[in-house]
Design a protein around this ligand. Structure first.
Ligand code: NAP
Length: 282
């Protein structure tokens, strides 16, 4: 699995990871099998959050999937903004560690900007780093204005990543957020790479482009999409797959090599849209 330096952490992390949102709605045993198959195939960046299933995804799915394999995993969780005071962040992290049955997180994110002072959350993150509870921290759903505020509180190399919505039909980050992060060495983790299950239909104009490129490589349209979404060195993607067959399909995307002409065809088929410094979220 191709690895890339993950922002200021200096750590190499696989370009494709595994999401876990809404896994509590799926067959639990199959979801665990899928996550473990992902680890076998090198998709060791596992993304979860206290929010997911109100803690159930951490507690009964991710903890089980990583049991006995903790050192292989780059484990990411997130604090909800409503908990992100100084004390609230520390206790939310303790709760996640307990549910995940681990002593540390590799990266801990603020799930989205909230109303508590960002300075408190950052201070808590640094305390958690100092105490060895988390190895790095980052943010999620931060627009440029939020990132600028963050930069008044910390150095860019302390911000491991910004996890943001990014799929073929939602490329708004390319206007401002992605360049901001690239200039400062902050990793950009694209979430919902398949539009949270709303992938372009094969009969749509864009779907036909993906299909034609996929056929030329004996690949699948989703593999083509994933390769496009990680085409720049700052980019990572975290597709969610509760089914082993889906997981294997996604993992195979790493061996696909798209030509610059194919990338240009995808770019034209899924336009970025008008400039906006707003950040769409799910
Ligand atoms: P997604 O990865 O865009 O799509 C997941 C859906 O696609 C599931 O229904 C999955 O089915 C299906 N799928 C996956 N691989 C497939 C394949 N090869 N063929 C056919 N179908 C396939 O959706 P997402 O869960 O919204 O995003 C991914 C992760 O990003 C989340 O799980 C979460 O960890 C993270 N996220 C973060 C935020 C945030 O605010 N920070 C927000 C949203 C998501 P099965 O599951 O049945 O296999």
């Amino acid at each position: 699995m191709e690895q890339r330096v993950f922002g200021g952490t200096g750590k190499e992390v696989p370009v494709l990871g595994q999401g876990t949102w809404q896994m509590e709605e799926d067959d639990r045993d199959e979801a665990i099998r899928s996550l473990r198959a992902g680890l076998d195939l090198g998709l060791t960046h596992v993304d979860t959050a206290e929010l997911y299933g109100h803690g159930r995804v951490e507690e009964s799915i991710v903890s089980e999937a990583i049991a006995g394999r903790r050192k292989e995993v780059f484990l990411v969780s997130k604090v909800m903004p409503s908990n992100a005071t100084y004390a609230g962040t520390l206790t939310a992290c303790e709760r996640s560690l307990k549910r995940l049955r681990t002593d540390w997180l590799d990266c801990y994110l603020l799930h989205w900007p909230g109303s508590h002072p960002l300075a408190e959350t950052v201070r808590a993150f640094e305390k958690l780093v100092a105490d060895g509870k988390i190895r790095s921290w980052g943010v999620s759903n931060f627009a440029v204005a939020d990132l600028d505020e963050l930069l008044t509180l910390t150095k860019p190399e302390r911000i491991a990543c910004n996890q943001v919505l990014y799929h073929l039909e939602e490329r708004a980050i390319e206007h401002a957020v992605l360049p901001w992060c690239e200039e400062r060495g902050v990793a950009v983790v694209g979430y919902s790479p398949f539009g949270n299950g709303r992938f372009p239909k094969p009969s749509s104009p864009g779907g036909r482009v993906l299909d034609a490129i996929a056929r030329a490589h004996d690949a699948t349209p989703r593999q083509v999409a994933l390769q496009f979404l990680v085409r720049r060195p700052s980019l990572f993607a975290i597709p969610k797959a509760s089914r082993v067959a889906h997981l294997r399909d996604n993992a195979a995307a790493v061996s696909l090599k798209l030509t610059s002409e194919e990338l240009a065809r995808i770019d034209a088929a899924f336009p970025t849209g008008a400039y906006s410094d707003q950040l769409p979220v799910i």
